[in-house]
Ligand binder design. Structure first.
Ligand code: SF4
Length: 694
């Protein structure tokens, strides 16, 4: 029995891990968090939670947290603790010096999908109004940027179409490149409940994830495609739907451009896209492709949920478009039970995209070249905004290596660990003259920093997160920031040090500014959220109660757009030296690179990452279960223990990446999505051999 004592005060807040956005009652005794209780009235979770949200909060008081700002002259020197005022003055003077010496565009900022909407809004405002350029990007670059592009093209808005309740009215659910049992557990529970009631399941994934077969749930079809062939599989499904006349002509004629549909239909109907031809290079049996297509098209309400197994490919954006094509062709858009739903990995990846974190977009997904939109912000901010898109993260790093980009402000993100081609990231950071990292811990990126600004946890600040269903949830402060400031205050102080006249007294005032400038947030305020509990954007005059389902009477862009999706094989090829394909994923108890969960009791559930390998491939190499193995790609190598399993097909290996010594991104390539530069994390040609250990 653990004696935890009676709480003295509490507040309802939102989990800071995945994009489900569960609500919790944080129960406190003084400044000590004694318990996180899943909140029964939470509109995303209805009283449920997983082991991360419920138990993995110990990092907030972990001894590794850095609580004082630090400066050093050059990388490698010892850190020197300084006052906040000295840190702000130093960063402001360094950034201004760099701009004077190298030009206005020599600095930029990176926002975090872990921080609040208000904090993200301020970072992009600092870049646009203070730095005078659009060199702002977000860690969504490496996960869901293809969702932004693909859904924007097809539907006119870069967000999922449904609320989580919708799944309770689905008859057929298609899961593509996602592992909800581990990645989005509370949503997975609701999905499994619906499946136990009789809804059908189709899983498209190279690996046999838990959802394929679990107690009382068995997928009707598991399509174990070869990694990198998503577009071909989607097009084969479309081929069946078109050639067998399974499409919804009424919906298409009413809601889409019929001539664009005809063009697309002619393309997918080509014999080269038949299931029989597709089976040859994807490995998915033609009969299963036909069966899955018929089930999705004619099985009733069909809903598609997808994850990073769709986006983190050289054709990530194309796959998102292909998914949208399927949904429009079958009329599965605009009502409960259907839709296209990206399962967002991070708590506020939706929000960070909504808030204008991309170098080409102002808040609300409005292009930077749009004069009327810039005018709104220019009037309010009292500055001229550059009308040219700025640099994406990979472009910033390239420019740094080339010598034209010299200063970077990184809020709540560890780009050295999370971005592809670690050596190139390190080279870019090393070439800069002022790298400012704002985080809870001295992360890997901080090894290249000149200034470290301590960050605050979600328990220490007020704000909002927006979850995967566009739900804006309140984050409420239950602890005094141990470092002295909430993250939004740090950005404001930095802006003031750079000469900007910012005087927000509370994050609610930042939300008021967001509402005043961003039509999809027009009615959102802290008072309104207090009254409603939460609300799904768009929330404005037209939709005063928010929008649980989007595109009900028409697409945001007007007519839904069918776009041809030509399959182009990735440049990452297997061959005699690298005969296996590596793909990656997450496990229930840990979160991303583990910076937080590794500093909590959750480590007892997952102490190391292991390499899953098929028994046939293991035997060929003389590898036994639990042996150390060396994993080598064209980019680098690492060592980890094996886990022999037939969850992966012969020719495919798989690992998680929660522990830094796994160094998954040393292995991965620098190929990326053609439209957004999202890295191709999910396909790497590798060789595996026995090893004596690290
Ligand atoms: Fe909910 Fe996701 Fe947090 Fe788990 S990690 S409690 S599913 S928001």
């Amino acid at each position: 029995v653990i004696e935890i004592g009676q709480p003295e005060h509490s507040a309802i807040t939102t989990c800071a891990y995945c994009g489900v956005g569960c609500s919790f009652k944080a129960e406190m005794r003084g400044e000590e968090l004694v318990r996180m209780v899943p909140w029964k009235d939470g509109q995303a979770n209805r009283g449920h939670s997983c082991v991360k949200g419920r138990f993995a909060y110990g990092y907030s008081t972990h001894k590794d947290r850095i609580l004082n700002p630090m400066i050093r002259e050059k990388v490698g020197d010892p850190w020197r603790e300084v006052s906040w005022d000295e840190a702000f003055a130093h960063v402001a003077s360094e950034f201004r010096r760099i701009q004077y010496q190298y030009g206005r565009d020599a600095i930029g900022g990176i926002t975090s999908s872990r921080c609040t909407n208000e904090e993200t809004y301020l970072v992009q405002k600092l870049v646009r109004a203070g730095f005078g350029n659009n060199n702002v990007d977000t860690c969504a670059r490496v996960c869901h940027s293809p969702t932004g592009y693909g859904l924007g093209q097809a539907f006119g808005t870069s967000a999922g179409t449904q609320n989580f309740d919708s799944v309770e009215q689905s008859d057929v659910v298609v899961i593509i490149g996602a592992n909800p049992t581990d990645g989005h557990p509370v949503f997975a529970s609701r999905l499994k409940k619906r499946l136990r009631q009789g809804a059908k399941l189709i899983v498209i994934d190279p690996r046999r994830t838990d959802i394929v077969r679990s107690p009382h749930v068995e997928a009707s079809y598991h399509l174990p495609l070869k990694p990198g062939t998503n577009v071909a599989v989607m097009t084969a499904l479309a081929h069946v739907i078109v050639t067998e006349g399974l499409y919804d002509e009424t919906f298409i004629r009413e809601r889409c451009d019929w001539s664009e549909f005809e063009d697309w239909a002619a393309f997918v109907a080509e014999p080269a896209h038949s299931p029989e031809q597709t089976e040859i290079f994807t490995g998915v049996p033609a009969a299963d492709l036909r069966g899955a297509a018929r089930l999705y098209a004619k099985g009733g309400n069909g809903a598609i949920y997808y994850g990073l197994g769709v986006t983190e490919h050289s054709q990530g954006s194309t796959t998102v478009i292909a998914i949208a094509n399927l949904a429009m062709a079958t009329g599965n858009i605009g009502r409960p039970g259907v839709g296209v739903n990206p399962l967002r990995g991070q708590n506020n990846v939706q929000g960070s995209c909504d808030m204008g974190s991309f170098p080409h977009e102002l808040p609300g997904y409005r292009h930077i070249s749009d004069d009327a939109t810039r005018d709104i912000f220019e009037k309010l901010w009292g500055v001229k905004i550059n009308n040219e898109p700025g640099l994406r993260i990979p472009n910033m790093l390239d420019a740094a290596v080339d010598g034209s980009f010299k200063g970077l402000y990184v809020q709540g993100e560890d780009i050295l660990q999370s971005d592809p081609d670690t050596k190139h990231v390190a080279a870019g950071l090393a070439a800069m003259e002022c790298v400012v990292v704002q985080d809870l811990f001295l992360n890997e990126t901080a090894n290249y920093a000149h200034v470290f600004l301590p960050g605050s946890t979600f328990l220490e600040k007020d704000g909002t997160f927006t979850n995967a269903e566009r739900r804006i949830n309140r984050v409420r402060k239950v602890m005094t920031p141990r470092n002295g400031y909430g993250d939004w205050e740090v950005t404001q102080k930095l802006a003031q040090a750079m000469g900007l006249d910012w005087n927000y007294a509370h994050p609610s005032e930042i939300m008021d500014e967001i509402a005043a400038t961003t039509p999809s947030f027009a009615l959102v305020s802290y008072d309104y959220l207090e009254k409603m509990g939460s609300v799904q954007w768009p929330c404005n005059e037209k939709n005063p109660l928010g929008s649980p389902i989007m595109h009900v009477n028409g697409f945001v862009r007007g007519k839904g757009k069918f776009i041809r999706t030509e399959y182009v094989a990735t440049d990452e090829r297997t061959g005699p030296r690298f005969p296996l394909l590596l793909t990656t994923g997450r496990i229930l108890s840990q979160y991303n690179v583990g910076a937080q969960t590794r500093r909590t009791e959750n480590v007892v559930w997952h102490a190391e990452d292991r390499l899953e390998i098929h028994p046939h491939d293991a035997e060929q190499r003389g590898i036994r279960d639990g042996d150390w193995v060396k994993l080598v790609s064209r980019s680098g190598d690492t060592t980890l223990r094996s886990l022999i399993t037939d969850r992966v097909a012969p020719g495919v290996v798989y690992t998680t990446f929660h522990h830094p010594n796994t160094q998954a991104n040393v292995i991965t390539t620098d190929f990326s999505d053609w439209a957004t530069n999202c890295p191709e994390y999910k396909v790497t040609a590798v060789q595996v051999s026995p090893s004596n250990g690290p």
